[in-house]
Design a protein around this ligand. Structure first.
Ligand code: GMT
Length: 379
């Protein structure tokens, strides 16, 4: 198949999933065309069957905001026409699904073949951005205009149907991880760079947006550290980073916390950790949590979110109520202070991740879905 993929190219779950999906599809012999304003994060090497088409915006004094969405739609139509795309696969509804719709209308107008549009919903496009009153109608329209819809969890599929009153089928295709990269401790992982032998290493990866509740991460860590000597490894960047640093200083934890900023190869660091914290308010799936599990790191997450689909409470981690940092710290300590339990959780983490979210399984699900949509078995 010939597949066009558009995603946000910056560090973030939806861009990572889209990029790795494209790479895996290209490995399986499909022709993949990425269309975006920058080379996607993690698309860091040449690969046969894989091409990147840059979308350039035009500056003009009249344009207070350069119309990226129009240029993107025009580029999508251009790539579809020149490379005979079968599918335009959009990651994140806003504005990508809308641009794909526009591209398809342009192709129809010029009498060219029109690719099928598949939109993958990732989370905040539905739970935060799309449901904002200013975006609601256009998000709903663009979702309904897609030929196929997938969501990264059952939780998100239900939310989408509920919030947007969508009647179409939404195929659930979970996030996945590359098992050749995300695996338990490798020689590359230099734990001694971050923590002493007798200290626990706690980790958190996110884009430091309010929805991630990084203040809770600090609170949980403070409680853990007051019971057992520990270090906290923070990976990522975002709007709450300043607040987070301030909180760490206020609590006198500066010498206990290590900031690594954005990292393109988190698999080199993650396996060093003893525990992963993701106390998000909303999480449609939690790709970072999955990557931690795959590295043999138990996860403390939040109930009532999509994380219930990967964290088995009391088996490979714990699920606590949003904001209940006391319960999250107690759950963390129950794992860290019991070496036998810790080992069992680590083992279960790898087993559950590998069994349910391995690349082969999930890429085959996407391939099957592409075939279903192309065969007219639309959602
Ligand atoms: O985590 C983020 O806020 C980034 C966001 C994105 O769209 O890049 O991630 C969302 O998509 C990921 C990949 O499907 C999911 O694993 C994340 O759970 C989801 N984030 C939220 O729902 C907050």
């Amino acid at each position: 198949m010939v597949i066009g993929i558009t995603c946000y190219p910056v560090a973030g779950g939806s861009g990572i999933v889209a990029t790795e999906l494209g790479q895996q599809l290209a490995t399986r012999g499909h022709e993949v065309h990425f269309i975006s304003y920058a080379m996607p994060f993690r698309l860091d090497r040449y690969q046969p069957n894989l091409m990147f088409h840059a979308v350039e915006t035009t500056a003009y004094p009249l344009f207070k905001f350069p119309p990226y969405t129009l240029t993107l739609a025009a580029r999508m139509a251009d790539v579809a026409r020149n490379f005979d795309l079968d599918i335009l696969h959009m990651h994140y509804a806003i504005p990508h699904a809308t641009c794909a719709y526009l591209a398809r209308q342009m192709l129809a107008d010029s009498g060219d073949c029109q690719p099928k549009i598949i939109t993958t919903l990732h989370g905040t496009d539905i739970t935060l951005v799309g449901s904002d009153p200013s975006f609601y109608d256009i998000t709903r329209f663009s979702i309904n205009a897609s030929d196929g819809l997938t969501a990264v969890s059952g939780y998100l599929a239900d939310e989408t149907k509920d919030v947007f009153k969508i009647e179409k089928e939404i195929r659930v295709i979970h996030n996945f991880f590359d098992g050749t990269r995300f695996k338990p401790s490798t020689s590359e992982c230099q734990r001694s760079e971050f923590a002493e032998k007798d200290e626990f290493l706690i980790s958190h990866i996110s884009n430091f947006r309010p929805v991630k509740r990084t203040m809770d991460v600090i609170d949980i860590f403070e409680r853990i550290n007051s019971n057992v000597p520990s270090k906290l490894l923070l990976i990522g960047e975002g709007p709450d980073i300043v607040l987070t640093r301030r909180q760490i200083k206020k609590k006198g934890l500066e010498d206990r916390v290590i900031f690594l900023g954005n990292q393109s190869r988190v698999e080199a660091v993650l396996p060093c950790a003893d525990l992963f914290l993701l106390p998000s308010e909303e999480e449609s799936f939690g790709l970072a949590a999955l990557e931690a599990l795959a590295c043999g790191v138990p996860v403390i997450g939040t109930s009532g979110t999509g994380m219930v689909e990967l964290i088995d409470d009391g088996i490979n981690g714990y699920l606590c109520n949003v904001g209940d940092t006391s319960a999250m710290a107690a759950a963390s300590l129950s794992i860290l202070t019991d070496p036998k339990k810790h080992e069992q959780f680590k083992k279960a983490a790898v087993e559950s991740a590998t069994k349910r979210f391995n690349t082969d399984k999930i890429i085959s699900e996407y391939e099957q879905y592409y075939k279903d949509v192309l065969d007219g078995c639309k959602s």
